[in-house]
Design a protein around this ligand. Structure first.
Ligand SMILES: CC(C)(COP(=O)(O)OP(=O)(O)OC[C@H]1O[C@@H](n2cnc3c(N)ncnc32)[C@H](O)[C@@H]1OP(=O)(O)O)[C@@H](O)C(=O)NCCC(=O)NCCS
Length: 158
């Protein structure tokens, strides 16, 4: 079936829509500066989804240098998913999947070798989405979130 949404890179005129979606969908919220700073540093991996003439989802990332999450040694570049969300009434249409795939593809521009993220252990929709895309749980961080919930670190080789 033809997609009814489209993907494009974030621009600063999307800031209000993206921060609204962030507040509606996630307890982890950020200042405008935080969003714009990530966009300025890593514009390729800040992606939005549009449908019905409006922004209905986003994904923003940071590129880091660190140890591999997947066993082999040495420092590598990794794409870290900072935040991803799709508005409630637009879910289950494969928009989340498309956002993650697009941002991972664009991580290659920065020469990232792995993509990873933290996700609440009870966030079944998100955990299933990442598993579907080939991520594996590489670590559990006890009490990672402000309310004490554990996080899974999930990682995929790019
Ligand atoms: C996680 C989120 C981004 C998924 O967005 P989405 O556009 O609805 O997801 P998709 O339609 O692309 O789903 C892709 C796959 O994810 C899994 N999935 C998505 N929603 C699910 C749900 N409610 N229950 C179980 N599995 C789910 C399925 O495997 C699905 O594949 P399928 O449709 O072939 O079964 C969305 O639920 C969301 O915004 N949640 C709130 C914010 C959040 O939790 N962000 C992630 C923080 S780490």
């Amino acid at each position: 079936m033809q997609n009814t949404f489209s993907l494009r890179k974030f621009t600063t005129s999307d800031l209000e829509s993206v921060t609204r979606i962030n507040r509606e969908c996630l307890p982890e919220n950020y200042t405008d500066f935080f969003f714009v700073d990530l966009y300025r540093r890593f514009p390729e991996t800040f992606v939005v989804a549009e449908e019905d003439g409006k922004v209905v989802g986003y994904m923003m990332c940071r590129i880091e240098v660190g140890l591999s999450n997947l066993g082999f040694s040495g420092l590598i570049k990794k794409g870290h998913v900072v935040s991803v969300a799709v508005m409630l009434s637009y879910r289950r249409k494969h928009i989340g999947e498309a956002l993650v795939n697009k941002a991972m593809e664009n991580m290659l521009v920065y020469n990232a070798k792995q993509c990873y993220l933290e996700v609440r252990a009870t966030n079944t929709p998100a955990v299933n989405l990442y598993k579907k895309l080939g991520f594996q749980v590489t670590r559990t961080i006890k009490g990672y979130y402000a309310d004490g919930e554990d996080a899974y670190v999930m990682t995929k080789k790019l």
